[in-house]
Design a protein around this ligand. Structure first.
Ligand code: PXG
Length: 459
């Protein structure tokens, strides 16, 4: 790769590169940070600044950055077979081995995987599978999919429609027909003082009400993330998933667990559905499957659904890069590292509890209304007045962004969602790095508080 100056790169970037989820009119050239290198939990930019990657790339770098073993495996695979498709009665070693490895990790009723390259296309696949399933069962009227407000399921038209992001829906005529959204289990934001257990049950029962409103004979599936990630790390009250499970067990509808963020150890089990004891018929996965080293994703489909689907003739669906050999090789090497280093167990019993203890202690800071964490997924709710947790900042999102920018400047990447700060570090983060991370968050909160007072956002 040719090395240009930061300035040149920024202006070329401005001239030719359209960024995802970006207001380009307000993104000035010199605000474009050029990331040059990654190793473990650390990133470097073109000005030589070192950053602790508290977001594991984009919720994906489970094993951390820059691991040579993955590069070597992919290199060997590309030298042997760089690409071949999995259509037309063909297969290859990496896709066979990866499928078998995933079958071992997924819940016992799920033993087959349909591959894609992104979480979005996996959710499109899931939508097509569940609708086709009911068609094949002779129930073509069962088409509607129930999702939740503020869910994120991706950016393709079907995935964004499944998602519950209002601003996304307002663009491009979404949601497409046949998708409805119920309330999310966001206790801090929406419980209005209700006891968390009661709120969990009440919110879960929205699913029951929605099924009855639509008519059970019209509903194909319910889709949900175990913990909503991009929506702001919404960790449901403990009563929520058992109540959803009760409702699903009484109703004839399929359940799609979107494990794009919660999969691959993030919550302390291989999949979030295992942490919460739900029993999905389909699980969609991406990100952590290859730790983001190469794009690969898939849908795990239960034995029951596969039986119907496979008896129904050709399923007219697939992507050029379904089961791409180099991507499969990267995923296999990633899963081998995760197993060897016991990263999932580590999240459940070692680094997860340690980070959680330190993270929850941040709750004593005057800016924090709630600190929450499950596995290695955390959020800090920023509030203007700790003595009244119903109060919010006047201009939603502004304070989150200010604090996020301060954090970045101080050397810690966190994500802002509304006025909360989000954390999802690599699963390899050490105790010492957690200590550094907490020091950086604390410094950011101190500095943030001073800035908010200066700008008269805080009294
Ligand atoms: N489902 C979930 C739960 C996700 O978090 C997708 C599906 C879509 O995956 P792809 O690979 O198509 O991006 C995601 C992706 C953010 C952010 O800002 C989150 C995601 C993607 C981009 C940004 O938090 N999640």
């Amino acid at each position: 790769m040719k090395h240009h100056s930061t300035r040149d790169l920024q202006s070329l970037d401005e001239a030719h590169h359209l960024h995802p989820f970006t207001d380009h009119a307000s993104l000035l050239p010199d605000q474009r940070r050029v990331i040059t290198r990654g190793e473990g939990v650390w990133l470097w930019d073109s000005d030589g600044n070192r950053l602790l990657d508290g977001m594991a790339g984009l919720w994906c770098a489970q094993i951390g950055h820059g691991r040579r073993e993955i590069a070597d495996t992919v290199h060997a695979q590309m030298t042997e077979l760089s690409y071949y498709n999995t259509f037309f009665k063909t297969t290859h070693e990496p896709v066979v081995h990866l499928s078998a490895m995933l079958a071992e990790l997924m819940p016992s009723n799920i033993n087959k995987v349909f591959f894609g390259t992104s979480g979005s296309d996996s959710n499109d696949t899931a939508l097509r599978v569940v609708r086709t399933y009911w068609d094949l069962k002779g129930r073509p009227e069962k088409k509607t999919i129930i999702s939740r407000q503020n869910a994120y399921h991706g950016s393709t038209v079907a995935a964004a429609s499944l998602g519950g992001m209002e601003k996304m829906h307002a663009q491009s005529g979404m949601p497409i027909p046949g998708i409805t959204h119920i309330a999310q289990p966001y206790w801090f934001g929406e419980a209005d003082g209700m006891d968390p257990s009661e709120f969990g049950i009440q919110t879960a029962r929205e699913l029951e009400r929605e099924i009855d409103r639509l008519g059970e004979d019209k509903v194909a599936a319910f889709i949900a993330e175990p913990i909503q990630g991009a929506g702001g790390v919404i960790i449901p009250p403990e009563t929520y998933w058992p109540e959803i499970r009760r409702i699903l067990s009484e109703r004839e509808i399929l359940f799609i667990s979107d494990e794009v963020i919660c999969g691959f150890g993030r919550t302390g089990s291989w999949f979030g559905c295992q942490t919460y004891g739900t029993e999905p018929d389909l699980i969609t996965m991406a990100k952590g499957m290859s730790s983001g080293y190469l794009p690969i994703a898939g849908v795990g489909i239960s034995d029951d659904v596969c039986e119907v689907l496979n008896a129904g003739g050709e399923f007219f669906h697939g992507y050029t890069y379904s089961g791409h050999p180099a991507c499969c090789a990267a995923a296999i090497a990633n899963l081998q590292i995760m197993r060897r280093e016991k990263l999932v167990e580590r999240v459940a019993t070692d680094i997860g509890p340690y980070l959680k203890e330190r993270w929850l202690a941040l709750q004593s800071h005057p800016l924090i209304g709630e600190a929450r964490m499950k596995g290695l997924l955390g959020a800090l709710e920023l509030v203007p007045d700790k003595t009244d947790l119903t109060k919010r900042f006047d201009e939603p999102g502004k304070v989150g962004e200010i604090l996020r920018d301060i954090s970045f400047k101080n050397g810690l990447v966190m994500r802002a969602v509304r006025d909360s700060l989000i954390l999802a570090p690599p699963l390899t983060i050490t105790h010492g790095e957690v200590d550094q991370l907490i020091d950086l968050v604390t410094a950011t909160l101190e500095e943030g508080e001073a800035v908010l007072r200066k700008e008269k956002i805080l009294a």
